[in-house]
Design a protein around this ligand. Structure first.
Ligand SMILES: Nc1ncnc2c1ncn2[C@@H]1O[C@H](COP(=O)(O)OP(=O)(O)O)[C@@H](O)[C@H]1O
Ligand SMILES: [Mg+2]
Length: 341
C-alpha cells in the first residue's frame, strides 16, 4: 500500500469580482500516489498548481481556495485517515510530527521579531508537552549539530541569517520531530548555486538517514535530475506524466515533459526559460480538452475536445496523452460532491 493515495482531488480558488464568479482550477481531478520512503518530485512551470496541490495535501486550505471533491488518504504506522476529514485537533497533532512542510521562501517560517530559538521551542513544546526544558534544549542542539548548523542560529533573528542559512534552519525546524513525510516547496529556488548545493545535500542526507518520504516541488528540472526518485509532471492543474526519474529524463512520453527536459538549464541557472512556445494558460479559463493542446506540436482533433486520462502505459509509468491511449478522463470537469475547504 502507498503512504499517500490521492483520489479524484479538485481544489479551486473561488472568487467573486463585481458579482462575477471566477474559478481558478488549480488542482483538477488528480489521482496518484506517493510511495513510502521515496522522493517524489513535482515538476512544471510556474502557475501550474504545484504549490496549491501541496497546500491541499497538507490540508492548509483557506478561502478563496476550496476543495471541491476528492480524498487525501495517508497510511503509515497502522494509521489510516483522509487528511481532509480530520478535525483541527488531530490535524494539529499530525502536522510537524508526522507530516511536515518546508514552505516556499524561508522568511515566512520565522517570526521576524523573535529569536529563532523561540520558534523551535514552540514547535517542540506543542508536540512534546511533558518534555522539560533540558530535554528540548538538547534535542534542538543535537539536531542542529547533526545537520551541520552552528548553534548561534538559535540566538539570531531571522534577518540576521543569510538566505542559505535561513533555508537550512527552516529545514532543521521542519525535521526536528522526525516526520514521516516532508513536503518542500521550491526549497532551492531563491538561493545561489553554491548554497543550493548545500541545501540539496542536507535534504539528501536527511532522506538517506531517516528514510522518510519526501515530496519536492520545484520548477528547476536540474534539481529533479539531482535529487528525486520519481517525477510527477504537472501542467495547468493536471498531472500529465509520472515516471521514474531515469526514464523521464532519457525517454519522456508526454510532449510537455519533453519540452521541460529539453529546456533543462545548467544547475543553478535560475532563469525561467521559455520551455515551450507560449505560456501555461490562465487556470480561470483553461483550454477545453487537453490543456496542453494549444502548445503541443502533436495536437489532434480529439485533444481539443476531450481530456486524456492518466493511464499506466507501462508498469509504474503513467501518462495522460492521446498519443498513448484513447481513454478519456471520467466525468471530465464534473464536480460531484463537496468536501471541506
Ligand atoms: N489566492 C489566490 N487566489 C486566486 N488565484 C490564486 C491564488 N493563489 C494562486 N492562484 C492561482 O492558482 C494557480 C496555481 O498557482 P500555484 O499553485 O501557486 O502554482 P505553482 O506553484 O505551480 O507556480 C495560478 O494560476 C495562480 O495565479
Ligand atoms: Mg509555487
Amino acid at each position: 500500500m502507498s503512504l499517500l493515495e490521492i483520489k479524484d482531488l479538485s481544489a479551486y480558488y473561488i472568487t467573486h469580482v463585481f458579482g462575477v464568479k471566477r474559478d481558478v482550477k488549480a488542482v483538477d481531478n488528480l489521482t496518484f500516489s506517493v510511495e513510502e520512503n521515496e522522493i517524489l518530485g513535482l515538476a512544471g512551470e510556474s502557475g501550474c498548481g504545484k504549490s496549491t496541490l501541496l497546500k491541499v495535501l497538507l490540508s492548509m486550505v483557506k478561502p478563496p481556495l476550496k476543495v471541491l471533491k476528492g480524498e487525501v488518504n495517508y497510511s503509515y504506522d497502522s494509521k489510516n485517515f483522509n487528511l481532509l476529514t480530520l478535525d483541527e485537533n488531530r490535524l494539529r497533532k499530525v502536522r510537524w510530527e508526522d507530516i511536515s512542510y518546508i514552505p516556499q521562501g524561508s522568511m515566512s517560517t520565522f517570526n521576524p521579531v523573535r529569536k529563532i530559538r523561540k520558534t523551535f521551542e514552540d514547535v517542540i513544546k506543542t508536540h512534546k508537552k511533558n518534555a522539560d526544558k533540558e530535554v528540548y534544549e538538547k534535542l534542538m542542539e543535537e539536531h542542529l549539530k547533526y545537520l551541520g548548523l552552528p548553534l548561534e542560529v538559535l540566538d539570531s533573528y531571522p534577518h540576521q541569517l543569510s538566505g542559505g542559512m535561513r533555508q537550512r534552519t527552516t529545514i532543521a525546524l521542519a525535521t526536528i520531530l522526525e516526520p514521516k513525510v516532508i513536503f518542500a516547496d521550491e526549497p532551492t529556488t531563491a538561493l545561489d548555486v553554491v548554497v543550493q548545493r548545500g541545501v540539496i545535500q542536507m535534504l539528501k542526507q536527511l532522506h538517506r538517514e531517516h528514510r522518510n518520504t519526501m515530496v519536492m516541488v520545484t520548477h528547476d528540472m536540474a534539481v529533479h535530475a539531482n535529487v528525486v526518485d520519481r517525477v510527477a509532471v504537472m501542467y495547468a492543474g493536471k498531472i500529465v506524466e509520472i515516471s521514474k526519474k531515469e526514464k523521464l529524463f532519457t525517454n519522456p512520453s508526454h510532449p510537455y515533459s519533453n519540452f521541460l527536459i529539453n529546456s533543462l538549464p545548467k544547475i543553478g541557472d535560475r532563469r525561467q526559460r521559455a520551455s515551450a512556445p507560449g505560456n501555461p494558460p490562465s487556470l480561470a479559463n483553461p483550454p477545453e480538452g487537453c490543456r496542453f493542446h494549444p502548445r503541443c506540436p502533436y495536437a489532434k482533433d480529439i485533444c481539443k475536445k476531450h481530456i486524456p486520462k492518466l493511464i499506466e502505459a507501462e508498469k509504474g509509468h503513467y501518462v495522460a496523452c492521446f498519443l498513448f491511449s484513447d481513454e478519456v478522463e471520467e466525468g471530465e470537469n464534473v464536480v460531484q460532491q463537496t468536501t471541506r475547504g
